[in-house]
Structures are given as C-alpha cells and as structure tokens.
Design a protein around this ligand. Structure first.
Ligand code: MLT
Length: 264
C-alpha cells in the first residue's frame, strides 16, 4: 500500500493504470475500498487513484477538528506527492463536498469534475443537530451503531435485499472507522460552507451522477448542481441508492467513461 506524508499525516492511496488520472474521493463513513469496482472496470483504460481521506481506512486518523478545506488541502498535497498538475476529480457524497471545496481552493488543478450523490447546500440547523447526535452515538456505542443507522440510508431496497456482497463490503468499511475519524467527518460536514453561490463559477467540464433512489442526496440535489454549473451533464443511475458505483458498477463506469473519453 503506497502512502504519502501530507500536512503532517500519513495518507494511504492506490494508484493503478496510465493516462489522464481520475482521482476518487469516498463518502462518509467509508474508505477507498468503495472504488474497487471502478479500479476493476476502468483500470485498464485510465489511471485510477483513490485515497483514504484522513480519519479513514489505512490513513492516519488524528484526534482533532477536521474541515472540508483541510481534506481538500490533503488531496492537493497528494497530487504534489504524485507530481500531478491536473486531474479529473470524482467525489461521492462527503467526497463531493471535498471536491466542491477543492474546486474553489485549488481550481487550477482540475481538468474536470465529477460530483456523484452529493449536494452543494450546507447543512440545515436540523442537519447539524443530527450530526451532533450521531457523534454522541458513535462515542457511546461505537461504529456498529453507525453501521445500523447508515447502511439502510446508503443502499437502495433492492441492493439491501439481494446483494449481500455489497452490503457486507459497506458494513466492513464502516466497522473499520475510528472514533476520531467519525467525529472529525461529522464536524467537517456540519461546518461546511454553502457551495450553491459558487456553482456558476465552476469552469471545468462537470458531470453530475446520482442514484435514482438516493435518499441522503436525492435527484433534486443533483439537478440543482447540474442546472447551475455551466455546461454540466446529469446522469441518473437506475436501481441504485446513494452508492451507485457499488450498486450498479457497470452503469456507473459507463457513464464515467463516456465523460472521461470526451475530455481527451
Ligand atoms: C456520505 O455518504 O458521505 C454522507 O451521507 C454525506 C452526508 O451525511 O451528508
């Protein structure tokens, strides 16, 4: 497993294939293993880099405040480490919040942007209160309680009923989370800025993807981004919830590949 020392911590990442790099940012409370179907499906056609954000997977999980800005700076530091000037950045859900922050703070490094199952709006007051409650649950009961809350939200009913392998993969990623990472993510998400006013100033080619049955970030959130980012395309993946890359990997990879091919 390659690692990079970035902003004083160790970040774990995978780097396979050649060509215009696609850099994948996972959601909460997951890790880079969620991109295995993309490495398998696209790794012979593109360079695929996936990173464990701080607090996740095999990266360090320091006990301190996390922010979207810091996650975005970590991604920029990884690109420096890899000597990459520009990449296609793919962010799912929390990874999308990081990608939107990156598109403001490091816009010159974006060849293109893929925002999947995410939203541009900040948390509502109620949403922030829920983050606080979830952090208390994690503190008192550990990651298994977070698994019980999150799995039914992340996957659509069909996946839950008939795709045991995906359910188990998602559960394993959640159970691996450390408390510092869980609380750090929740604080970062609660404190993130509203990206809606910045959407019209995104200048790079952008693809928005959403699972048809996504609960946490439904189609209306995806449409809002696609409508406001100049020239953005929208792809809706049928029979998928919040994790279409795992639930319908072939459809997801096809959508991503069509976009990627249009860039080179
Ligand atoms: C995620 O999948 O990253 C989370 O559902 C995002 C969120 O809770 O806002």
């Amino acid at each position: 497993m390659p690692t990079a020392t970035v902003n004083g911590i160790k970040l774990a990442y995978s780097d396979e294939g050649t060509g215009l790099p696609l850099v994948f940012l996972h959601g909460f409370p997951l890790n880079r293993d969620m991109w295995i179907p993309q490495i398998r499906g696209l790794g012979d056609r593109a360079r695929i880099i996936s990173v464990d954000l701080r607090g996740h997977g095999e990266s360090d999980a320091p006990l301190w405040q996390y922010t979207m800005e810091q996650f975005a700076d970590d991604v920029a530091g990884l690109l420096d480490h890899l000597d990459l000037l520009q990449v296609v950045l793919v962010g799912l859900s929390m990874g999308g919040y990081v990608a939107l922050t990156f598109s403001t703070n490091h816009s010159h490094r974006l060849k293109a942007l893929v925002l999947t199952d995410t939203r541009a709006q900040a948390d509502t007051e109620n949403g922030r209160e829920n983050r606080f409650q979830m952090a208390q649950t994690a503190y008192r009961k550990g990651p298994s309680a977070i698994r019980d809350i999150m799995v039914p939200k992340l996957l659509c009913p069909k996946t839950l009923q008939s795709n045991r392998a995906v359910v188990e993969q998602v559960e394993a990623m959640i159970l691996r989370m450390e408390l510092s990472g869980l609380a750090g993510d929740l604080m970062a998400m609660a404190g993130r800025l509203d990206s809606v006013p910045r959407l019209p100033s995104i200048r790079c080619p952008t693809l928005v993807i959403v699972g048809e049955q996504d609960q946490p970030t439904p189609i209306s959130d995806a449409r809002l981004m696609a409508d406001r980012i100049p020239g953005a395309r929208l792809e809706i993946i049928p029979n998928a919830g919040h994790l279409p890359n795992l639930e319908q990997p072939e459809l997801f990879n096809d959508a991503l590949w069509r976009f990627h091919s249009s860039l080179v």
